[in-house]
Every structure is written in C-alpha cells, then in structure tokens.
Design a protein around this ligand. Structure first.
Ligand code: UDP
Ligand code: MG
Length: 179
C-alpha cells in the first residue's frame, strides 16, 4: 500500500461491508509516561518491550524532568486531593520517559495493558499488576480517553517530536481492512 493511502487511512477508515454498513477503524496515538518508579527500578527497557511486543508503534520518546507547573496541569483533577504533594514529589523524584504510542485503538489498548491504578489490585498480566505494589508508585501513566490523549501529547511533546512513519510490520500486525 502506498504512503498516500496509508496516511489518509491513518485518520479514519470506512470499510463497506457486504450489507453496506460501515466499519470505522481509528489509528490513534496515546501518551505514556514511564514514571520515576519505573526509571529508578531500571524497568524502562522491560516496559518499552511490552508495548513493542504487543505490536504498538513508538512515535515519540524522550526523557524529561517534570516540574510543579506541568504536574499541576497533568494532574489537575487531583490537585486538591490530600495526596497531591506526595504524588508531585514522586513524579519529580527522577526524570520520566515520555512516549507517544500509536496503533489502532491505541488509547484503549494501552490503558488496558496499564491496569488498575492501585498495583496491589491490578490484574496480573497488566503492567501495574506485574510490576507495582503501590497506588502511587505505579510505574506508568497512560491517557484515559482519545480527547485527553490529544491534550496530553501536546503537553509533553512539540509537534516535531512525534514522527509519522510506516512500520514495516504493519501488514502482519493488522489485516488490510483493519487500518
Ligand atoms: N494516585 C495516588 N493516590 C490515589 C489515587 C491516585 O497517589 O489515591 C496517583 C497514582 O500515581 C495515579 C495518579 O495519581 O496513577 C493519577 O490518578 P488517576 O486516578 O488518574 O489514575 P490513573 O489514570 O493513573 O490510573
Ligand atoms: Mg488518570
């Protein structure tokens, strides 16, 4: 498939079925942060490996030190909670690795791979269920909706830091009518 069609189809794909109804497939990019609990425990490679092994594509990746400004934006829904100072401290304890991860329905797929917030309650097989024992030091952040993914990607990446390229494995990750 040529590049032109690939990038057109990247946004939304409509596929006529035999009964003329439409399927809509969406290639999405989501934000993942490998938190200081991941970086300090030297699990960066293992967690990146999980996303790659699933068939998700890394579209952007960088190490950065978070500060109070970005954390107050990123955790705006939690700033008034009593645990926010501890959460902010835990997120500033070392650099994090920010990742832009792409795939069909990537937001939901990555969120499911991440698991329940509290590592002690997360299902085995999820990242938190396999690597975390804490409600706070839980290894990864993952965007929870398509809308928030767009906002969070803009928060952590400049446009030129997210790359659009065709993964060579694409035709073996999906059937031709899936992306
Ligand atoms: N958090 C915490 N205590 C809580 C709830 C959340 O320290 O009682 C932290 C935890 O690190 C979590 C982050 O705040 O990942 C964001 O919370 P949210 O409810 O958005 O959970 P998530 O989307 O990360 O699963
Ligand atoms: Mg959240």
């Amino acid at each position: 498939m040529n590049y032109f069609f690939y990038f057109c189809r990247k946004i939304v794909k409509y596929i006529p079925r035999i009964d003329n109804t439409l399927y809509i497939y969406i290639m999405e990019t989501t934000l993942v942060l490998l938190k200081p609990s991941c970086v300090q425990r030297q699990l960066i490679g293992e967690i990146v490996h999980r996303f790659e092994r699933r068939g998700l594509q890394i579209s952007g990746m960088k190490m950065m030190q978070l500060d109070n400004d970005i954390l107050r934006q990123h955790y705006a829904h939690l700033v008034d909670r009593p645990f926010f100072p501890l959460l902010a401290a835990s997120m500033k304890a070392s650099p994090v690795v920010a990742m832009a991860i792409t795939g069909v329905e990537a937001v939901a797929v990555v969120r499911a791979m991440t698991g329940f917030t509290n590592g002690r309650k997360a299902d085995p097989g999820t990242i938190r269920g396999d690597y975390a024992m804490s409600n706070q030091q839980n290894i990864v952040h993952a965007s929870d909706s398509v809308e928030n993914a767009a906002i969070e990607l803009r928060r952590f990446f400049r446009p030129e830091e997210i790359f659009e390229y065709r993964c060579a494995t694409m035709d073996y990750l999906y059937s031709p009518d899936e992306y």
